[in-house]
Unconditional design. Structure first.
Length: 276
């Protein structure tokens, strides 16, 4: 629902949305000025009451500073925030631990207020298995290490377009997420020694490294192959935006990892449409 005015949203909620609704994407008015209509706690609570089977909620360019997390539908298993504003109290550890008891996946994509304290506050979501951090520039290396220490039960982690170096991120993962199965990571600051810390990870099944290639320390195809051969459960290796598609690098990796699905491709073109 793109930039849906609250009055229209209330009408849809009363007339058409019911138990059949499982997934909802909503666009807000964050960049439309102070007089623009905004999502309200009452609307979020009504959504939970009217749609008891709602599992996935994606909010885009929405001002949530006046919408407490306690008003979100308690049935959610996936919550995505894209270019949204949240209050400082939204995800802190001191909040009610019974909020969103079923939440398994949270996507934080360009949420400027998100910082180390919020990351540590995610520990209250005991069902959480998947975490995506995209452009969360306030998260520090120290904060990531401390946060992952308390999120050791994560099975999937994506750290994309952040100011963190890939080496420091992988070091924190290897220290604390021993049961992680899927890692997706921007290669900024990645080196061969940094990648090698994943060797021996007992549960890692899928590794995705995303470009663009900007540092000379980037591991060579042979070094990536060597590390991947030491990952006992690895079944998928994806390299995106490194400029290696159709090159000798792709041949080396495909030949050296016959037990893996090796995907080498260019970065997709960025879309200006939030629903993409």
């Amino acid at each position: 629902l793109l930039q849906m005015r609250p009055k229209v949203m209330w009408h849809l909620l009363r007339r058409y949305m019911a138990s059949r609704l499982h997934s909802l994407r909503m666009g807000g008015y964050l960049f439309s000025g102070s007089q623009a209509p905004q999502l309200s706690p009452a609307l979020m609570r009504a959504l939970g009451q009217k749609c008891p089977n709602l599992k996935r909620l994606c909010l885009h360019v929405a001002d949530l500073t006046m919408v407490p997390i306690t008003s979100l539908p308690c049935t959610l298993r996936t919550l995505e925030l894209h270019s949204c504003e949240i209050s400082m109290a939204w995800l802190l550890r001191e909040q009610d631990p019974t909020v969103l008891p079923l939440l398994e996946c949270i996507v934080l994509d360009r949420v400027p207020a998100f910082r180390d304290e919020h990351l540590q506050g995610l520990t209250r979501f005991r069902a959480l298995q998947s975490l995506v951090l995209g452009g969360t520039y306030r998260v520090t290396e120290t904060g990531l290490d401390a946060g992952l220490q308390e999120l050791s039960y994560l099975r999937r982690l994506e750290v994309l377009g952040c100011t963190l170096s890939a080496d420091s991120t992988l070091l924190a993962i290897s220290r604390h997420l021993r049961e992680v199965r899927k890692i997706r990571l921007t290669v900024r600051g990645l080196s061969a020694p940094g990648l090698s810390v994943l060797e021996g990870m007992p549960a890692l099944e899928s590794l995705c490294l995303l470009g663009p290639l900007i540092t000379p320390e980037m591991p060579s195809p042979a070094e990536i192959l060597s590390s991947c051969l030491a990952m006992p459960k690895l079944r998928v290796l994806e390299l995106q935006g490194l400029g290696w598609e159709g090159q000798e690098a792709e041949r080396i990796l495909c030949k050296g990892l016959p037990h893996c699905v090796v995907i080498v491709r260019a970065c997709p073109k960025e879309s200006m449409d939030w629903w993409m």
